[in-house]
Design a protein around this ligand. Structure first.
Ligand SMILES: Cc1ncc(COP(=O)(O)O)c(C=O)c1O
Length: 365
């Protein structure tokens, strides 16, 4: 059997090669590398897909989050409530802008931020709540939006792992004040480098973000804000335009693979399969299981040629970079417990039946 990829991007390229090569060639021939027409075409597609009035593409998921905080004018002294169990970018951007990340622990089953814990962390300095749709499943957005409304704060959905997921019939990225996604190559919708997008239904926020991503410019060489270079390359937009056409099929395949994994692993002692609530879907950016004896299983799988990953081994409050916040072990016990047991196994729409069977066999026996 060929070597199993953790996320099989090579097979994906082979499948769409002609369309992708052609799309990239077109951009090169036109030499319109910055803000070419493919960017606008993509933004229209993204709005149509998510139902969000505005889609503003940008240079990465991290920059999408950063642009959102900048657009909301979040400053030093302000607090943003988020989960301690995510990729570092989520808390990093809050710190980077000089505000304070305030962590609220997660739900034991979905691994997403617990709304009950959020409300306990609200203070007069709270300016926003930043839930993450971890592994591709949206958080409890109704409850979170309700808390935000009660205390007049914004909600930025970190949907970097959940483009395409649904929550009560609506698309992730369009569930709150602002949604942010990532087009990092291994994401459910990935480009061939870094990329991201911000989504909002608010005209003013959209205009500000469009300006912030080009150095706060309102017209050429006239700058209203201190902004940044946060644009998406035209070539990346061209790749994404091709991939968008295949995206729904890919999501179906992801769901089928997750279902098969679930069926085969659900009764295995010592393993907890992913839990997705009835009123939403997951796009399974990762297929992550809880395993009592994680190190042993990782060793076994890696030994059998199966790649694995841990998302995430250290919760953010215990990261060296966050030491200045003064947290200690035991502050967020659910996140800490999950980080000790969670691990991800290969998942992609191009994982074959044979490969999946092999992974399952190695997990079970
Ligand atoms: C939850 C989450 N937030 C933010 C990011 C940052 O996205 P990017 O890598 O595109 O900057 C990622 C991507 O890894 C992510 O998974």
């Amino acid at each position: 059997m060929k070597k199993i990829d953790f996320i099989d991007l090579r097979s994906q390229y082979k499948a769409y090669r002609n369309e992708i090569d052609e799309a990239i060639k077109k951009v090169c021939e036109k030499a319109s590398f910055i803000m070419g027409e493919e960017v606008k075409i993509l933004e229209n597609k993204l709005s149509q897909y998510t139902g969000s009035k505005h889609s503003v593409t940008c240079s990465s998921g991290t920059d999408a989050l950063l642009l959102s905080l900048m657009a909301l004018d979040i400053k030093p002294g302000d607090e943003v409530i988020t989960t301690p169990f995510s990729f570092i970018a989520t808390a990093e951007v809050i710190s980077f802008i000089g505000a304070t990340p305030v962590f609220a622990d997660i739900d034991e089953k979905t691994y997403n931020i617990d709304p009950v814990e959020i409300e306990k962390k609200i203070t007069e300095n709270t300016k926003a709540i930043m839930p993450v749709a971890l592994y591709g499943q949206p958080a409890d957005m109704d409850e979170i939006n309700e808390i935000a409304q009660k205390y007049s704060v914004a909600v930025i959905e970190d949907a970097c792992q959940s483009f395409g997921a649904e929550y009560k019939g609506k698309k992730s990225c369009n569930l709150s004040t602002i949604g942010c996604t990532s087009f990092f190559p291994s994401k459910p919708l990935g480009c061939y480098g870094d990329g991201g997008a911000v989504f909002t239904n608010d005209d003013e926020i959209a205009e500000k973000i469009k300006s912030l991503r080009v150095h706060g410019q309102t017209k050429r060489y006239h700058h209203r804000y201190i902004g940044m270079n946060g644009r998406l390359d035209t070539i990346q937009a061209a790749v994404l335009n091709v991939k968008m056409e295949h995206f729904e099929d890919e999501l179906k395949k992801r769901a089928e693979i997750a279902l098969k994994y679930n069926e085969k692993l659900k009764n295995i002692r010592g393993i907890t399969i992913p839990f997705v609530k009835d009123d939403r879907t997951s796009v399974f950016a990762q297929y992550s299981i809880r395993v009592k004896n994680r190190d042993k299983l990782i060793e076994k799988l890696n030994g059998a040629g199966i790649p694995t990953a841990i998302h995430y081994p250290v919760p953010m409050h215990l990261q060296e970079a966050c030491r200045y916040l003064g947290h200690k072990e035991g502050d967020f016990p659910v996140s800490e417990a999950i980080s000790r047991e969670i691990m991800s196994i290969p998942m992609s729409p191009f994982l074959t039946e044979e490969e999946m069977e092999y992974v399952v066999e190695c997990v079970i026996f």
